[in-house]
Design a protein around this ligand. Structure first.
Ligand code: AP5
Length: 216
């Protein structure tokens, strides 16, 4: 099954994509994670992407499309995948449609005031990128990753000024894709204001309705 998760920054795409990946046995592919790994490794892509990411702007389409074209060719994608953070512009969606057909786009719907609380409390592992929230999804030991023992930090682009820009960029460049998927009869919607487990349950219900799902 090939699924695009849509929704605003901070809306829980990464959290839900990770759970769904486990339930369906298909990879979770997040452009934000791939880019942060490239930045950390100091690759040419990472060096080019870093300034855009720090400002909360989108990395140029040609770089993203080339990165994703390569990633989606890997063997683990043969049975399907969950895309998180891609496509994010009309140009990216056009390019993607030229090399892959999607089964569904699922929109995580969430009001802005909830988003702002999620940004403020988000912590990520500096080693393995696992995502936590100080109240919504706290680690067992404060400041320490449950998965690998790494130190938890706030993301650079979760600063208030950068968050505002990311939300603006989302409205201008990514939100119009919702209508595109609705017009193509591929759109499903999930109310993502609930806790992580309840949102996951609702998401699984929607995915089950798409058929051919491996039982969680
Ligand atoms: P990216 O990493 O994709 O960021 P984003 O889309 O802005 O999404 P986030 O990672 O901020 O949020 P999320 O929806 O995954 O929420 P999460 O699960 O973490 O992109 C970063 C940058 O990379 C972009 O600004 C851009 O520069 C560049 N980029 C990436 N893709 C690109 C592309 N295709 N084209 C161009 N540029 C690109 O949850 C948020 C918080 O809430 C966490 O703390 C979590 O624990 C908590 N939480 C989640 N769900 C719940 C819940 N149900 N209840 C309580 N807490 C919850």
């Amino acid at each position: 099954m090939r699924i695009v998760l849509l929704g605003p920054p901070g809306g829980g795409k990464g959290t839900q994509a990770a759970l769904l990946s486990e339930a369906l046995g298909i990879p979770h592919i997040a452009t934000g994670d791939l880019l942060r790994q490239a930045v950390a490794a100091g690759t040419p892509l990472g060096r080019e992407a870093e300034a855009y990411m720090d400002a909360g702007d989108l990395v140029p389409d040609d770089l993203i499309v080339a990165m994703m074209r390569e990633r989606l060719r890997e063997a683990d994608c043969r049975k399907g995948f969950i895309l998180d953070g891609f496509p994010r512009t009309r140009q990216q969606a056009d390019a993607m449609e030229a090399f892959v057909r999607m089964d569904a786009a699922i929109l995580l719907e969430i009001p802005e005031e909830v988003l702002l609380q999620r940004f403020a409390g988000r912590r990520v592992c500096s080693e393995c990128e696992a995502v936590y929230h100080v109240t919504g999804n706290p680690p067992e030991v404060e400041g320490v990753c449950d998965a690998c023992g790494g130190t938890l930090i706030a993301r650079e682009d979760d600063r208030e000024d950068v968050v505002r820009n990311r939300l603006r960029v989302y409205q201008e460049q990514t939100a119009p894709l919702v209508q595109r998927y609705r017009d193509a009869s591929l759109l499903r919607e999930v109310d993502a204001r609930h806790g992580i487990a309840e949102t996951h349950r609702r998401l699984l219900e929607v995915v089950s309705g798409l058929g051919s799902m491996r039982k969680p």
